[in-house]
Design a protein around this ligand. Structure first.
Ligand code: 5AD
Ligand code: SF4
Length: 466
C-alpha cells in the first residue's frame, strides 16, 4: 500500500477513551495513517465507544448507521473504507456488533489496540475481524511514543493512563467486566512517558484510571508504589508544572495521597470523588464498601491537609430500591460537602450487572424528577462556588486561543475555564490571574501587570456549604 492513508477516530465517554484514541492514532501513524477531522475523507474510521449507560451504548449503533452511508459512498467512488469499533461496547458486545452492523470490518477491545496494524491488515483481506481477548502482553510496551508534533497538536495538558480496570464491582457498573481486573503501570514507565510529554511542551499531566487511587504499580525500588508516591515522583519531573488525577474511589484514599495534597504545590487542590449516593442503605446495595460517614471522613482529612481543596462527585439517582428518604439523604450530602460541581445520572440497568436484576426498579418518571431536583441543587452550589472566586488570584495554565482575538483561555486549579487577555506566545505558561468577572461557563480575569494587584496566591477556601 503506498501513499498516505487517512484515519478518523471518534471518541465517546471517559478520559480513558480519549487517551486510548490518541494512542491508536500514534500506532497507526507508524503505519502511514494521518488523522483527518473529516470522516468522509477517511480510509479507516474508528468509533471508540462507551458502555457505561444504555444511552451511551445506543449512540454507537446510530453513529454506525451514518458511517455505513459514508462507506457506501466511498465504495461508489471506487474507494475502500474500513470501519472499526473499539472501546467498551466492542469488549462487551463483540460479535453482536457484526450481526447488528455488518458494515463493520473490525471489532477490538480496550486491551487489544496495540495490535491494530495486524488487525487492519487482516480486515483488508477478510470481513469481520474480532479481537476482544484479554492479552497476556502489556499493550503499553508495544505502543510507540507519540511524535513531538502529535503531542504539540494535542495541547499543553495531557492525560497519562497509570491504572486500568477495577476490582470493586459496584453492583450498577460494567467497568469490571469491560475493562477487566485492576492493573497498574510501573512508576519508571509513567515517568518516562511524562518526560517525553514535557519535552514536547506539555505542562499539565492528568493521571487517569478507572480507579486511579487503587494504583499500586512497581516503584523505582521494585516495591509496589502508591498514587501518592507516584505523584511525588512526577512532581520532580522537569517541565511538569501541574498534576491532576481522576477518578478516585473513597475507600482507596490513603495517607500518602493526603500527604501529596499537603506537600505538593503542583498538585491541584481539586478532587473528583464520586459519592454516588448519600444514603447508607443505597450505598450498601450498590456495594460501594463505604458509608456516608466514611465518605465525609475522607473529605475532612483532605480539607485538613489542603484547606483550599474543592470537590466534585458523581451521583446516581433512582438506583433500585431508592426511596424518597434515600434521595433526600443524597441532597443533604450535597449540601454538607458543598461541591464545586458534579455529574449526575439516572440509574441505567446494565445487562450482566447485579443491580439490573434487583427488585424495586424505580420508575423512569421518578428518576427524571429526582435528577432534575439534584441537578438544580448542584447548579446552585456550583454558582455559589464560582461567585466566591471573584477577587481571588488563581494560577491558570494558558491552553489555547480564547473567545475573542487577543484572549487566551486556560484552566484554574478547579478546572474552571478562565478567559484572559494575553498574547498567543504565552500558551503553556502558568500565570497568576485576578478573577474579575464570573460568567455562566467561564471566569474572566486579568494578569496582575494590568491590574497592579500583588500576585500572591490566595489560599483561603471559597465560602462553601449549605
Ligand atoms: N447507571 C447510571 N450511572 C452509572 N454510572 C456508572 N454505571 C452507571 C449506571 N449503570 C455512573 C457513576 C460513575 C460514572 C462514571 O457513571 O456515577 O461514577
Ligand atoms: Fe465502576 Fe467505579 Fe465502582 Fe469500579 S469503583 S465498579 S469503575 S463505579
Amino acid at each position: 500500500m503506498t501513499g498516505q492513508r487517512k484515519l478518523h477516530i471518534k471518541s465517546y465517554g471517559c478520559q480513558m477513551n480519549a487517551y486510548d484514541s490518541h494512542r491508536m492514532a500514534d500506532i497507526l501513524a507508524s503505519q502511514g495513517y494521518a488523522e483527518t477531522a473529516l470522516p468522509e475523507d477517511a480510509d479507516l474510521i474508528i468509533l471508540n465507544t462507551c458502555h457505561i449507560r444504555a444511552k451511551a451504548a445506543e449512540k454507537v449503533y446510530s453513529e454506525l448507521g451514518r458511517v455505513r452511508k459514508l462507506k457506501e459512498r466511498a465504495e461508489q467512488d471506487g474507494r475502500r473504507m474500513l470501519i472499526g469499533v473499539a472501546g467498551c461496547v466492542a469488549q462487551a458486545e463483540g460479535e453482536e456488533i457484526l450481526r447488528r452492523a455488518p458494515a463493520v470490518d473490525l471489532v477490538f477491545g480496550p486491551q487489544n489496540y496495540h495490535r491494530l496494524p495486524d488487525l487492519v491488515e487482516k480486515a483488508e483481506r477478510q470481513s469481520g475481524v474480532i479481537d476482544t481477548e484479554f492479552p497476556v502482553e502489556d499493550k503499553f510496551d508495544m505502543l510507540p511514543a507519540p511524535s513531538p508534533a502529535a503531542v504539540k497538536a494535542r495541547g499543553v495538558s495531557a492525560f497519562v493512563t497509570v491504572q486500568e480496570g477495577c476490582d470493586k464491582f459496584c453492583t450498577f457498573c460494567v467497568v469490571p467486566y469491560t475493562r477487566g481486573a485492576e492493573t497498574s503501570r510501573p512508576v519508571a514507565k509513567i515517568i518516562a512517558e511524562a518526560r517525553q510529554l514535557a519535552d514536547a511542551g506539555v505542562r499539565e499531566i492528568t493521571l487517569i484510571g478507572q480507579n486511579v487511587n487503587a494504583y499500586h504499580g512497581d516503584g523505582l525500588d521494585g516495591r509496589p508504589s502508591t498514587l501518592g508516591r507516584l505523584l511525588h515522583a512526577l512532581a520532580a519531573t522537569p517541565g511538569v508544572k501541574r498534576l491532576r488525577y481522576t477518578t478516585s474511589h473513597p475507600c482507596d484514599v490513603d495517607d500518602s495521597l493526603v500527604a501529596a495534597h499537603r506537600e505538593l504545590p503542583s498538585l491541584t487542590p481539586y478532587l473528583h470523588l464520586p459519592a454516588q449516593s448519600g444514603s447508607d442503605r443505597v450505598l450498601a446495595a450498590m456495594n460501594r464498601r463505604h458509608t456516608r460517614a466514611d465518605y465525609l471522613g475522607v473529605i475532612e482529612r483532605m480539607r485538613r491537609a489542603r484547606p483550599d481543596i474543592a470537590f466534585s462527585s458523581d451521583f446516581i439517582v433512582g438506583f433500585p430500591g431508592e426511596s424518597a428518604a434515600d434521595f433526600r439523604a443524597t441532597l443533604a450530602l450535597i449540601d454538607e460537602v458543598g461541591y464545586a460541581g458534579a455529574f449526575s445520572f439516572k440509574y441505567s440497568p446494565r445487562p450482566g450487572t447485579p443491580a439490573a436484576d434487583m427488585q424495586a426498579q424505580v420508575d423512569d418518571e421518578i428518576k427524571s424528577e429526582r435528577l432534575a431536583e439534584l441537578q438544580d441543587l448542584i447548579e446552585r452550589h456550583q454558582r455559589r462556588f464560582n461567585a466566591a472566586c471573584r477577587g481571588r488570584a488563581f494560577e491558570v495554565l494558558l491552553e489555547k486561543p480564547g473567545r475573542r482575538p487577543g484572549q487566551l483561555v486556560g484552566r484554574s486549579p478547579y478546572l474552571q475555564p478562565v478567559q484572559v487577555d494575553a498574547s498567543a506566545d504565552r500558551i503553556g505558561e502558568i500565570v497568576t490571574v485576578m478573577i474579575a468577572e464570573i460568567g455562566s461557563n467561564s471566569l474572566f480575569g486579568n494578569l496582575p501587570a494590568s491590574t497592579g494587584v500583588s500576585p500572591d496566591l490566595d489560599r483561603t477556601p471559597a465560602a462553601m456549604g449549605a
